[in-house]
Write a protein that binds this ligand. Structure first.
Ligand code: IPM
Ligand code: SF4
Length: 476
């Protein structure tokens, strides 16, 4: 196998303690060593209860980090106690568990708090070639650094904390090759949305999905994070991009990053972190970046999407399961078959989430908003992905641009990405959203979500309906 391995297989091989079923390749069960564990207040409580009941301790507490993100309020003034009672209990239990088991927890008052997948790169704790597991599906984000990240369930979290290892099933591999470059006004979000539409919401199920090609190499690390983050929405369990010099530059100088005097040795270890030229993937897909246009979803699954120049489909022109899914989605979304997407009026605009709330995302949106105003009747909020991002954005005046345009500048957390805190849509409200999931009720019971890039959310907020950011003359 040497000389023909994919990046995914190389990282798994480096972390394999032993084979369990002695099969080679996909289908192999193995004991996997995990370098880092990320915990949140929502999916970790039972894991800690289990450890406590069994009288076990955490094997290497310094390799785990806990971050409060899902249930906390993002109200502009931070207060641990202001959340509703259930949320306050979850947060308090999490902090108590961290104290008892020796794991550092970033609570809402911590200066580095934020959405876990924004925080880890912020603090420089993600380096190439790692295996990172967390109780959250969007752990794939770390693929942007050439690390294998994946989500695990609560009982696996318990096992992992106690042993530092997991029973793991090797995935099949898939490669998405993106030729050429994205056009101005078209972002990484549009690219991943176009891929999801093309291969479907389960198109990469059971696969580790590696992104490669000119468009990916040309991207910054934050754009690659957007792509790897949202790869989950086409079923990928792991996403990867080969690490390059941009990754090293991105990590440099961050609080938990590798010390400068160790970087040379580390870089030597990373030199082999690429798929071999003759590596075989179980599946391949090719995309031409130049043909991608700004995307929006019209339905209740991330693959029910079209370019902004498009229309809500007519289910009559579709077949079988696709037709009935479209009919149901159009009904829930309160749309009319055949209507232009640019005619869809919105009530709310949301910029946030681990997909699109990093500094570069806020800059993209601010470029569109500068000197403009949110349309009458639209309530717009922005929740920076972390407190670090929030401070950095404030240092360059982005908060003032958002506020002058009429956006509420909030604190960080998962916020309106999912309805687990006080940022929710009212029934029937329609939202232009920079998030990653548009399932029924995702942003609040009866709420209607249209996914798009942060710049497209800004454009929609100004227009009061879905809009093409390229008409705003402020695109990169
Ligand atoms: C709450 C958590 C389990 C969930 C996930 O795993 O992704 C959430 O973060 C989401 O985005 O739906
Ligand atoms: S921001 Fe959204 S997608 Fe990301 S972890 Fe939070 S709820 Fe999940």
């Amino acid at each position: 196998m040497a000389g023909r391995r994919t990046l995914y297989d190389k990282i798994i091989d480096r972390h394999k303690v032993m084979s369990i079923n002695h099969v080679r390749g996909p289908g192999e069960s193995l004991l996997l060593y995990v370098d880092r564990t990320v915990l949140n207040e929502y999916t970790s409580p039972q894991a800690f209860s289990g450890l406590r009941e069994a009288g076990r301790r955490v094997w290497r507490p310094e390799t785990a980090l806990g971050v409060i993100d899902h249930v906390n309020s993002t109200a502009p003034v931070r207060d641990n106690r202001s959340a509703d009672r259930g949320a306050a209990r979850q947060m308090a239990y999490f902090i108590e568990n961290g104290r008892e088991f020796g794991i550092e927890i970033y609570d809402v008052l911590h200066p580095l708090q934020g959405i876990e997948h924004v925080v880890l790169p912020d603090i420089g704790w993600v380096t190439p070639g790692l295996v990172i597991a967390a109780g959250d599906s969007h752990t794939t984000t770390y693929g942007a650094f050439g690390s294998v990240g994946f989500g695990i369930g609560t009982s696996d979290i318990e096992h992992l904390l106690a042993t530092q290892c997991l029973v793991y099933h090797r995935l099949k591999t898939m490669r998405a090759s993106v030729d050429g470059l994205l056009a101005p006004g078209v972002t990484a979000k549009d690219l991943i949305m176009a891929l999801i539409r093309r291969i479907g919401a389960s198109g990469a199920s059971g696969h580790a999905l590696e992104f490669t090609g000119e468009a990916i190499s040309a991207m910054g690390v934050e754009e690659r994070m957007t792509i790897c983050n949202m790869a989950v929405e086409c079923g990928a369990r792991v996403a990867l991009v080969e690490p390059d010099a941009k990754v090293c530059t991105y990590m440099a100088g961050r609080p938990r990053s590798i010390a400068p005097h160790h970087l040379d040795r580390a870089a030597a270890l990373w030199a082999d972190l690429r798929s071999d030229a003759d590596a075989r993937f179980d599946a391949e897909v090719r995309l031409d970046a130049a043909t991608v246009a700004p995307m929006v979803t019209w339905g209740t699954s991330p693959d029910q999407a079209a370019t902004i120049e498009g229309h809500v489909p007519d289910p009559g022109s579709l077949r079988g399961a696709e037709a009935s899914a479209a009919r149901q989605a159009i009904d829930y979304m309160g749309l009319v078959p055949g209507m232009a997407l640019a005619d869809i009026r919105i009530d709310r605009a949301f910029i946030g989430s681990c997909t699109n709330a990093r500094l570069s995302d806020l800059r993209d949106a601010a470029r569109v908003l500068k000197g403009r105003k949110v349309a009458d009747g639209v309530r717009a909020i922005v929740s920076p992905g972390s407190s670090t991002v929030r401070r950095e954005a404030e240092a360059e005046g982005l908060d003032r641009i958002f506020a002058a345009a009429g956006f509420e500048w909030r604190q960080s957390g998962c916020s309106m990405c999912l309805a687990m805190n006080d940022d929710v849509l009212a029934p029937g409200e329609r939202c232009a959203s920079s998030t990653n999931r548009n399932f029924e009720g995702r942003q609040g019971s009866g709420g209607r979500t249209h996914l798009m890039s942060p710049a497209m959310v800004a454009a929609a907020a100004i227009r009061g309906r879905l809009a093409d950011v390229r008409d705003f003359g402020a695109v990169r």
